[in-house]
Design a protein around this ligand. Structure first.
Ligand code: GLU
Length: 341
């Protein structure tokens, strides 16, 4: 059990502190050790698989935050994870301070939908900003004959691990195409980082991955002996009308010289967002937001998917959870968002 230090000891510490301070000629007087070394606050960012783009976002933010460690006392690290759903749950449980999550997953967690239906709305979820757009990407082996979502019938398809964001998108796309993922195909639930190898080894015919482009996973899938293409995801107007967080997009073929496609690929997209919890302090979120936005030009050079980031879009697009008070403080300070009336 912790005991209060009795007054005489406190007094002697104080005197000792004062003596040291005086002999060093510093003006500030306090206990010697406490003033010598500022406290370090450790924070961790949950990303995704190592061949995705979340991993690059985490690494970039970590670099920028750690450069300011002397002023802020904050030391960041990032880790590979199962993806959006895992990140949201782990941030809300307090084991990670920040996480990357698809905008659709942020919306669902906040409203208590999809994976959060049983637990109900996650009202301590907070948004920091959005990052790059990511597209629902269907990668298939050329010899599988898969040219459309409908062709997945009877095939072995990785729809994503349960902690991923992309699993929900695979299910949405399959349902929109009239396929029952449990009976119409052989669905696998492995992590995206393992998908390319499984495809090259002939153990699956295709996989879904919701990811920014260019992604290491797709380059890796197309680099093997088995020719691979990206399958267009079309006729999704009904899904977009039902779920407005989806938007039509195209994947430029030029980003993947080795895929068999001859033209850009039609599909649908969501946004990557940086999320945190209301329980993380204002100071931490303010410092991380500031480190990212003050160095945005440098961040944009860290991966081609970040090249088109605009601060004005990052503080609005794809954010359904309330913006964390620490991020809001920074946005208001620099005039990115209006101050409260
Ligand atoms: N969107 C994927 C997910 O949430 C991760 C994509 C990435 O790692 O870049 O599972």
């Amino acid at each position: 059990m912790l005991k209060r230090i009795s007054t005489p000891i406190c007094l002697s510490i104080l005197i000792a502190g004062t003596l040291v301070t005086t002999s060093c000629g510093r003006k500030k007087s306090s206990a010697p050790d406490a003033s010598a070394k500022p406290k370090t606050t450790f924070i961790s960012i949950g990303t995704g698989g190592v061949t995705g783009v979340y991993y690059q976002v985490g690494g970039g933010i970590m670099t920028l935050v750690n450069r300011q460690q002397t002023e802020t006392g904050i030391k960041a690290s990032f880790q590979a994870t199962g993806g959006s759903v895992y990140n949201i749950n782990t941030v809300l449980a307090g084991s990670l301070e920040f996480g990357l999550a698809q905008s659709d997953r942020q919306h669902q967690a906040l409203k208590g939908l999809a994976e959060w239906q049983e637990k109900g709305p996650r009202d301590t979820l907070r948004a920091v900003c959005s990052v790059h757009p990511e597209s629902v990407t269907l990668v298939a082996a050329e010899d599988s004959g898969i040219k459309s979502v409908a062709d997945l019938k009877g095939k072995r398809v990785n729809i994503g691990n349960p902690g991923s964001g992309n699993r929900g998108n695979s299910l949405d796309v399959l349902a929109e195409a009239g396929l029952d993922w449990e009976t119409d195909l052989h669905a696998e639930a492995v992590k995206a980082a393992e998908s390319s190898k499984l495809l090259q080894d002939g153990r699956i015919d295709a996989y879904f991955y919701t990811v920014g482009h260019p992604a290491g996973a797709i380059t890796e899938a197309a680099a093997g002996r088995r020719p691979v293409g990206i399958v267009p995801i079309t006729k999704m107007e009904g899904l977009i009308a039902k779920c407005p967080y989806y938007a039509p997009t195209t994947i430029p073929k030029s980003l993947y010289p080795k895929v068999t496609n001859k033209a850009d690929i039609e599909t649908i997209s969501v946004m990557t967002t940086l999320i945190t919890s209301a329980d993380v302090s204002e100071e931490i979120v303010y410092s991380v937001t500031k480190a990212l936005f003050e160095n945005l030009d440098e961040f944009k050079t860290m991966h081609p998917a970040f090249a088109y980031l605009k601060p004005e879009t990052m503080v609005t697009a794809g954010l359904s959870a309330p913006i964390h008070r620490g991020a809001l403080k920074y946005y208001r300070e620099v005039g990115l968002l209006p101050t409260a009336p």
